[in-house]
Design a protein around this ligand. Structure first.
Ligand SMILES: *Cc1c(COP(=O)(O)O)cnc(C)c1O
Length: 406
């Protein structure tokens, strides 16, 4: 049996917490078994066996730590959880079957009927549906505010508000909120601050260090980074994570050991990939800004971006998702997208492959005209999630359509 089987233990003397992120992402969390394997093993087993009836009774009764059933105890999943926990600077991590399962499990763990959420208006579309359509059914209501406007956040809070939820930077306009200031507001009102850190990952931003209570991940995106599997995670303190663990244990939105292994392999190259993604994205943003067919570029790495100073302070770099606008509305935007031969026309992101999409008719297509206007989703807006292909090839891929607009 794996000697590191205690799901609940976290050790602040754990030396891996002192390591730099690149070392943690390659080394942390692997408790080598008696087989002395070098690479992290996959444990594709649904259950575990015991040496005696008495041992089984102790394990089931929680008197003795150890593996029981892979819905809530699996060594490969635990390896991923431990690695991501130290990378985010959290006490504990619970892995889930998807990013959406991470958000749902957080809500189930922390909220009750009658509670309120205050959330940023610029959220992943399914998160909005989860809050409004499904949590709404159980009497949990959500108010939406402009991400960067701290007064609006505070004004939306009522005595029933339990949770503040934001993604920063936002998609596709790259707006940024001051996480430390938002955490201060949340805590003054006895609410939790939950940050979806999908766009930057712990390689570029550590929300827990800035005062956030929980970090959400869609591991599907940059943690894997190569578009291979769906998964999610929540990182934070023991107290809240114990509740979350109970939800996953009982309700079952757990990560499979195969997927956990894929994400472990993804994490090993996270620092390198994020650095390369950001370099490509900044260069693309600067090139787009200088192109005569482009009227606006939304990227927090550009100096004219309204929260550039905040982004530079709060983030190690600016991420790889950017928006840009062309004159001529939907028709012009579609022609630029359709002229690409390298970029993938898809709403997904967080892949070594560059993706391109028209938010107004895809990721934000369900919004009304007023909601689109409020969220800044113009008809001529195009989003790219810059991958790791050669920069000149990517520029050429967009130049084809952009030059034809002139
Ligand atoms: C993709 C995404 C999610 C949902 O994650 P899944 O793994 O697709 O369930 C949540 N938040 C953000 C910001 C995302 O991009």
């Amino acid at each position: 049996m794996n000697d590191d089987s205690n799901q609940h233990e976290h050790d602040w003397d754990d030396p891996t917490r002192e390591w730099a992120l690149a070392t943690q992402s390659i080394r942390a969390g692997h408790a080598r078994t008696h087989e002395q394997e070098h690479g992290e093993p996959i444990f594709p087993t649904s259950s575990f066996v015991y040496g005696s009836a008495a041992e089984a009774a102790r394990k089931f009764g929680g008197e003795e730590p150890g593996n029981i059933y892979s819905r809530f105890t699996n060594p490969t999943v635990r390896n991923f959880e431990k690695r991501l926990a130290v990378m985010e600077g959290g006490e504990r991590c619970v892995a889930t079957s998807s990013g959406m399962a991470a958000i749902l499990s957080t809500a189930l763990a922390l909220l009750s009927a009658g509670d309120e959420i205050v959330a940023s208006r610029s959220l992943f579309g399914s998160t909005v549906s989860l809050f409004d359509k499904y949590l709404g059914k159980f009497g949990i209501t959500t108010r939406y505010v402009e991400l960067s406007n701290l007064e609006a956040w505070e004004a939306a809070i009522t005595p029933r508000t339990r949770l503040l939820f934001a993604e920063t930077p936002s998609n596709p306009l790259s707006e940024v909120v001051d996480i430390a200031a938002l955490a201060e507001i949340a805590h003054r009102h006895e609410a939790w601050l939950v940050i979806d850190n999908c766009f930057l990952t712990p390689a570029l931003q550590r929300p827990l260090d800035l005062g956030a209570d929980l970090v959400i991940h869609s591991a599907t995106k940059y943690l894997d980074g190569q578009g291979r599997a769906i998964g999610g995670a929540v990182v934070g303190r023991d107290k809240e994570l114990e509740e979350l663990f109970g939800v996953v244990r009982t309700c079952g939105p757990c990560m499979s050991p195969f997927n956990a292994w894929i994400f472990l392999k993804g994490l090993e190259t996270l620092s390198l990939r994020m650095k390369a993604h950001c370099e490509n994205a900044l260069a693309m943003a600067q090139w787009l800004e200088a192109h005569p067919s482009v009227t606006r570029v939304h990227y927090s790495g550009l100096e004219h971006h309204p929260q550039h100073a905040l982004a530079s302070r709060q983030q190690k770099a600016y991420g790889a998702v950017l928006g840009f606008e062309v004159d001529g509305g939907r028709e012009a935007a579609w022609s630029v997208i359709d002229a690409t031969r390298i970029m993938s026309i898809t709403g997904n992101l967080g892949d070594v492959k560059t993706t391109i999409t028209h938010p107004g008719t895809t990721t934000h297509g369900r919004l009304s005209e007023e909601q689109k206007a409020a969220a800044g989703i113009a008809e001529g807006l195009i989003r790219i999630a810059v991958g790791l292909e050669d920069l000149d090839d990517l520029k050429g891929d967009l130049a084809r359509g952009l030059d034809a607009l002139r």
